[in-house]
Design a protein around this ligand. Structure first.
Ligand SMILES: CC(C)(COP(=O)(O)OP(=O)(O)OC[C@H]1O[C@@H](n2cnc3c(N)ncnc32)[C@H](O)[C@@H]1OP(=O)(O)O)[C@@H](O)C(=O)NCCC(=O)NCCS
Length: 147
């Protein structure tokens, strides 16, 4: 895809080998998202149903993953684009690529507060009865995810 005079490749991968996991953690951190050690992100991506990575040349500039039973339920996680590459259609292209891997599934996610419109533009709608049992409920309430 060509956006903003930058040629960006969107790659769906079954294998996450050779991924720069410290950079993954760094991009998540810069996006204000939950971030862990590089090895924890490696395990999360490798154990997912599908993962997508966006590259500018050899530089990783975005990524995301979908977990799924592969049959009728799926959830999107860790969708992020490096700050200097945001607003060029990369996030939307990555989400579309992941949705293509779970075509027969209901797909849920929880958006970072303020990012709901990005997902609404892709057809997602707010859930009236969505509930979550978070590991750190206090933090999730303080950061605007729960009531
Ligand atoms: C949210 C994020 C993934 C969007 O990726 P992106 O590449 O910047 O978004 P795109 O350029 O593909 O935008 C697609 C559309 O969504 C809109 N959009 C993107 N972010 C938006 C926002 N925060 N609010 C409203 N609209 C937004 C764009 O304007 C565009 O609209 P258009 O199709 O009418 O032109 C990216 O901004 C990001 O990584 N943010 C930090 C991490 C984060 O919050 N991730 C989401 C976790 S749930």
């Amino acid at each position: 895809m060509i956006q903003g005079a930058v040629l960006v490749k969107i790659i769906l991968r079954d294998s996450c080998k050779e991924t720069d996991w410290p950079l993954v953690a760094g991009i998540l951190k810069s996006g204000g998202m939950s971030h862990y050690t590089p090895d924890i992100h490696r395990r999360a991506f490798e154990n997912s149903h599908a993962a997508v990575f966006a590259f500018d040349g050899s530089s990783l500039v975005g990524f995301g993953r979908v977990i799924s039973d592969g049959t009728y339920q799926a959830g999107l996680y860790d969708i992020a684009v490096a700050p200097e590459y945001q607003g060029r259609g990369i996030g939307a292209a990555m989400v579309k690529a992941l949705l293509g891997k779970v075509k027969n599934c209901n797909v849920i996610l929880y958006a970072s507060p303020g990012k709901e419109k990005f997902y609404e533009k892709m057809g997602f709608r707010g859930m009236k009865t969505g509930m979550a049992l978070f590991l750190d409920p206090k933090k999730m309430a303080e950061t605007g995810f729960t009531e």
